[in-house]
Design a protein around this ligand. Structure first.
Ligand SMILES: Cc1cc2nc3c(=O)[nH]c(=O)nc-3n(C[C@H](O)[C@H](O)[C@H](O)COP(=O)(O)O)c2cc1C
Length: 310
C-alpha cells in the first residue's frame, strides 16, 4: 500500500470516503461522516453563496479538528463561482479537494502547493492516465451502478486496468453500500471505497422526506440510467420519474444535449425534483443519523473480514 493510503487509513475507522452529492450533502452531513470515522465530503456549490461556503468550512474545521474532509469543486468555465470558491478553499487549506470536469494541471499544483490533496473522478482508464499526468494525488474510479453521473464499466475491469500502472491512491465507487462491498473494493486493489447514495437517507442530508423514503423503499431494479436531463448518463429513481409525469420506458436519448425540463438554463430540477440514486440502495433499510449507517457498515465490514479470515 502506498504511503498516502497508509496515512489516510490510519486516520479512519473504515477505509471509506463519502461521495459529495449535489444539493444533498450538507456541512452537518460532512461533520457526522468525519466524526463517525470516514472521510466526509460536500460540493462547494451546495452552500448558497461563497460566504456560506466559507462559514460552512469554518464550522466543519472547528467540529472535526484534524480529521480529513473533502470539498468538491466543479473546475469548469461554466461555474461562475469557481474563482471565489477556490479562494475560500485555499484560505481554509481544505485537506482534500475533489475536482470535477476539465481540471487543469495549474489548478492541481496550486491546491497541492497550498497543502491540499487533489483527487479527480474518472470513468475510463485513459481519463485516469490523464489525471495521473496532471499529478493528482488520488484517482476515484466511477464504475457501473454508481449514483449521479454514473460510470458504465465493471469495477472488476476498471480497477484492474488502472491498477496495472497506478500505484497511487485508488478510490473505487459504484453501488458500494455494505461492509462486505467495502472489503471487495479492497480486494480489487482500491485503498478506499467511495459511498454516496446511502447517505441520501441520512437525517443530516438535505433531501426531502419523500426522497429519503424512496431510497429506503427502492433497490437496484428501480434505478434508471438516462442522459436526457443533463446530456450525460445519470441514474434516477424510477418512482420519482413517474411522479414527475415522465415515462421511464420512453426517455429520449439526447447524445450529449440536455433537455431543460424546467425550461430554464440549468438542470437543477433533474436533481431537486427528479431524484438520483445509485444501484446500491437496496442495502439501505432505514433513514436515520449518518453515524448509525456508518456503525452498521463497520459491523458488516468486520463480519465480512471474519468470514473470509482476512
Ligand atoms: C444525488 C447525487 C448527487 C451527486 N452529486 C455529485 C456532485 O455534485 N459532485 C460529484 O463529484 N459527484 C456527485 N455524485 C456522485 C457521488 O459523489 C459518488 O460518486 C456516487 O454517489 C458513488 O456511487 P454510489 O451512489 O453508488 O455510492 C452524486 C451522486 C448522487 C446520488
Amino acid at each position: 500500500m502506498n504511503d498516502l493510503a497508509k496515512s489516510l487509513r490510519s486516520q479512519l475507522r473504515l477505509p471509506v470516503m463519502a461521495g459529495p452529492m449535489f444539493i444533498a450533502s450538507t456541512a452537518d452531513l460532512v461533520i457526522a461522516q468525519c466524526k463517525a470515522g470516514i472521510v466526509g465530503s460536500m460540493p462547494a456549490l451546495n452552500p448558497r453563496s461563497t460566504d456560506a461556503l466559507d462559514a460552512d468550512i469554518a464550522r466543519i474545521k472547528s467540529e472535526v479538528g484534524d480529521r480529513p474532509f473533502a470539498i468538491n469543486l466543479v473546475a469548469h468555465r461554466t461555474n461562475s463561482r469557481l474563482d471565489a470558491d477556490l479562494a475560500v478553499v485555499l484560505k481554509h487549506k481544505v485537506p482534500i479537494v475533489v475536482l470535477a470536469l476539465a481540471a487543469n494541471p495549474d489548478l492541481v499544483r496550486e491546491l497541492q502547493a497550498n497543502g491540499s490533496l487533489v483527487f479527480q473522478d474518472v470513468a475510463k482508464n485513459h481519463h485516469a492516465r490523464k489525471c495521473a499526468e496532471m499529478g493528482v494525488d488520488g484517482i476515484i474510479a466511477l464504475t457501473s451502478g454508481a449514483g449521479g453521473h454514473t460510470g458504465f464499466i465493471s469495477p472488476f475491469a476498471l480497477a484492474a486496468e488502472i491498477r496495472e500502472w497506478w500505484d497511487g491512491l485508488l478510490i473505487l465507487s459504484g453501488a458500494i453500500a455494505t461492509g462486505r462491498s467495502v472489503l471487495a473494493a479492497e480486494a480489487l486493489g482500491a485503498d478506499l471505497a467511495y459511498i454516496g447514495s446511502p447517505f441520501l437517507a441520512s437525517t443530516e442530508a438535505n433531501t426531502q422526506p419523500g426522497f429519503k423514503k424512496m431510497v429506503v423503499d427502492c433497490s437496484a431494479d428501480d434505478i434508471v440510467v438516462t442522459d436526457c436531463f443533463t446530456g450525460v448518463d445519470a441514474t434516477f429513481l424510477r418512482p420519482s420519474l413517474i411522479e414527475n409525469g415522465l415515462d421511464p420506458a420512453n426517455l429520449a436519448r439526447t447524445e450529449g444535449k440536455a433537455i431543460n425540463i424546467d425550461g430554464g438554463g440549468d438542470n437543477a430540477k433533474a436533481w431537486k425534483e427528479i431524484w438520483s440514486a445509485g444501484q446500491g440502495i437496496g442495502a439501505v433499510k432505514k433513514s436515520g443519523p449518518a453515524a448509525d449507517y456508518i456503525d452498521w457498515l463497520a459491523e458488516d465490514y468486520s463480519a465480512a473480514r471474519k468470514a473470509l479470515a482476512v
